[in-house]
Ligand binder design. Structure first.
Ligand SMILES: Cc1cc2nc3c(=O)[nH]c(=O)nc-3n(C[C@H](O)[C@H](O)[C@H](O)COP(=O)(O)OP(=O)(O)OC[C@H]3O[C@@H](n4cnc5c(N)ncnc54)[C@H](O)[C@@H]3O)c2cc1C
Length: 410
């Protein structure tokens, strides 16, 4: 749909980016009757470097958005959990359905982003939001110091000013909106990912696989039709050797992981390697007068435990719950009216962020990591708990307590 279909460049809510965060926010806000315009520089369906794994909690929000039947018709695969294999061979199996508390549904879903994101865009449109593709947010507009919309560039290269009472930055890891609102902190570990779709990977089950080595990790995730998502994540300095030869680098590195070696046939590549990174980035300022951030634009650490799609979808729910009421008053939404959104994000995500960092740093010590995986492998209830925490449906305190942490390593 082209830019010219906009009747009036004035809306209640302008959303930069129509990935999971932007489309979900657009759908939920439009359902409440607000005039919502989401713009994305891409045209859907589009690819995105991602392991395409979602926990039951992400599926809960997808269900609320009404897209699960469409995803299932498109071939979404039910996932029972994750198995993690450490560098020295120890292994744990974490099953969603066996965690306490149990998730609302027993399985997660594995869906190609080409399908998921286009389906969410359709859902936003069906809810009454306008979604414009090939339209890029270039700059923010200001009115007496408050964000009052954005300058966008359409596919013909023409610029337009769109006025909005609330501007949402859902434009991902390299968010323009986030950079305009304040400093972005780029943390460690600095890692880069290479992701492909490959047919005929033997030995896949209903558990997604994570193979952790001393220098990175590999995820294998069944996508249905005998195709697997294969994701390699390595340190950014090691990834320099991939310049100009990403496919060869990808397969050389896969062979370094004993549980993956010989299983991924380059000749059966269905979608070639997409590279992305480094990831770990956090925005210092996620609310401002007239604007807020959601999804990767606000925070993303690492794909290992990231569940970034889930965080993006929950972030959209938190906007609908804690920021949208402020649209009931006329004029630009002031920062103070968005403080509840920021506080709700902290309450919802702070524990999960701590667990992510704990695991992210533990991977840098292979012996310690191997020991922890062995301990959890021998205590299945703990493994299910950990998968529940990383899957966002078990509270993080179930892991972040001295007893659990001690039993992981002793
Ligand atoms: C290697 C890797 C593997 C991952 N695996 C998983 C996984 O298995 N499960 C999971 O839950 N998460 C995973 N993630 C994380 C997940 O991909 C992200 O957290 C998720 O996509 C965030 O959604 P979002 O809507 O915030 O951003 P995005 O999905 O990045 O969407 C942002 C949108 O904004 C658009 N955009 C960007 N700039 C502009 C602009 N200036 N103007 C207009 N539009 C713009 C883009 O085109 C894009 O469509 C992984 C991430 C990586 C890097």
């Amino acid at each position: 749909m082209g830019f010219c279909s906009i009747a009036s460049p004035e809306v209640d809510v302008l959303i930069a980016g129509a990935g999971p965060a932007g489309s979900a926010a657009a759908a939920l806000l439009a359902r409440s009757g607000w005039r919502v315009l989401a713009v994305d520089r891409a045209a859907f369906p589009r690819e995105k470097a991602c392991s395409e794994y979602m926990s039951p909690e992400a599926v809960r929000v997808l269900d609320r958005l009404g897209v699960v039947p469409a995803l299932e018709r498109a071939g979404a695969v039910a996932l029972a959990g994750t198995t993690v294999t450490a560098a020295r061979g120890s292994r744990l199996d974490g099953r969603f359905a066996e965690a306490h508390p149990a998730p609302g549904r027993p399985t997660g879903l594995s869906v190609p982003r080409r399908v998921l994101d286009a389906t969410l865009v359709d859902a936003a449109r069906a809810a009454g939001a306008r979604v414009l593709e090939r339209v890029t947010v270039e700059e923010l507009l200001y009115d007496a110091g408050a964000v009052s919309g954005a300058v966008v560039r359409d596919a013909c290269g023409d610029r337009h000013s769109i006025r909005a009472r609330l501007t949402i930055g859902a434009d991902g890891l390299r968010s323009v909106v986030a950079r305009r609102l304040g400093p972005r902190r780029h943390g460690r570990p600095r890692r880069v990912a290479f992701v492909a779709h490959v047919a005929g990977v033997p030995g896949l089950s209903d558990l997604a696989e994570m193979h952790v080595g001393a220098e990175g990790y590999v995820g294998l995730n069944p996508l249905g039709d005998d195709v697997a998502n294969v994701a390699l994540v390595v340190r950014a300095d090691a990834a320099r050797a991939a310049r100009g030869r990403a496919d060869a680098f990808f397969h050389e590195w896969l062979a370094r992981f004993p549980g993956v070696r010989g299983r991924v046939d380059p000749g059966r590549t269905v979608r070639g390697v997409l590279a992305t990174g480094p990831f770990a980035a956090r925005s210092g300022r996620i609310i401002a007068d007239g604007a807020l951030l959601v999804g990767d634009a606000a925070d993303f650490f690492d794909p290992f435990t990231g569940e970034g799609i889930c965080s993006a979808l929950i972030g959209a729910e938190l906007i609908a719950m804690h920021a949208a009421p402020a649209l009931g008053r006329p004029g630009i939404v002031p920062r103070r009216a968005l403080a509840g959104y920021r506080a709700a994000r902290r309450r919802r995500f702070a524990g999960k962020w701590a667990v992510e960092r704990l695991l992210g740093y533990a991977m840098a010590w292979p012996a310690l990591f191997d020991r922890a995986v062995a301990r959890l492998g021998a205590r299945p209830a703990m493994a299910h708990t950990l998968i529940g925490v990383t899957g966002d449906f078990v509270p993080a305190r179930a892991v972040l307590n001295p007893l659990f942490l001690a039993r992981m390593v002793l």
